[in-house]
Design a protein around this ligand. Structure first.
Ligand SMILES: [Zn+2]
Length: 215
């Protein structure tokens, strides 16, 4: 399958992408991963991206698209790919359209994971992360709590709430999402390739996507 996964932070894009990847061998692709890998592999584009990152600047869309273009032509993408959280803006969606056309590829589906705000807030504000940089085990105070005194069950370090997972920070991330990314839902709706799924069960979401692609 060749799909784009849209959804607010905390909507579960990463989890769904992993399950879809297991389902039919399609490769999960996120811009963060492909940038990190290009930098690590010291490709020409990777070196260029590293320059921006070291200066604390945003990597420009044109460079992201070049790295994405190279990634999509690697042999493992022949089985398909799942773009996890990309595009994030209308200009990126336009650029992606141009890139796919150039590579002679079409998307099967654009999936919008439509999760209510309360569910997202609840999911993210209850998350805790082990502060040991080489562990970083994820906990949830409701469904997977750390020890009663707030320590990691694996390594014993303190378990903390990440700065970007406080209620205030998540509120800000959702505002940015609504401004920049939510318009993509209309964009793909007009193209006729959008499927919105409002379930919170991973199994149901994966089954829904598989069914929509078969049609
Ligand atoms: Zn730990």
């Amino acid at each position: 399958m060749r799909i784009v996964l849209l959804g607010a932070p905390g909507a579960g894009k990463g989890t769904i992408a992993k399950l879809l990847s297991i389902f039919d061998g399609s490769v999960q692709i996120s811009t963060g991963d492909i940038l990190r890998n290009a930098v690590k592999a010291k490709t020409k584009l990777g070196n260029e991206a590293q320059g921006y990152m070291e200066r604390g600047e945003l990597v420009p869309d044109s460079l992201i698209m070049d790295i994405m273009g190279a990634r999509l032509q690697e042999p493992d993408c022949k089985k398909g790919f799942i773009l996890d959280g990309f595009p994030r803006t209308i200009p990126q969606a336009d650029a992606l359209k141009g890139l796919l056309k150039k590579l002679n590829l079409t998307l099967d589906l654009v999936v919008n994971l439509d999760v209510p705000r309360e569910v997202i807030l609840d999911r993210l504000t209850t998350r805790r992360t082990c502060s040991n940089p080489s562990c970083q085990e994820i906990y949830n105070i409701k469904s997977k709590p750390p020890t009663p005194d707030g320590k990691c069950k694996k390594c014993g370090w303190k378990v903390v709430q990440r700065d970007d997972e406080t209620e205030e920070a998540i509120g800000n991330r959702l505002v940015t999402y609504n401004e920049k990314t939510a318009p993509l839902i209309d964009y793909y709706q007009k193209e006729g390739s959008l499927k919105s799924i409002s379930s919170t069960s991973s199994e149901e979401i994966v089954a829904g996507i598989a069914k929509a692609i078969k049609k």
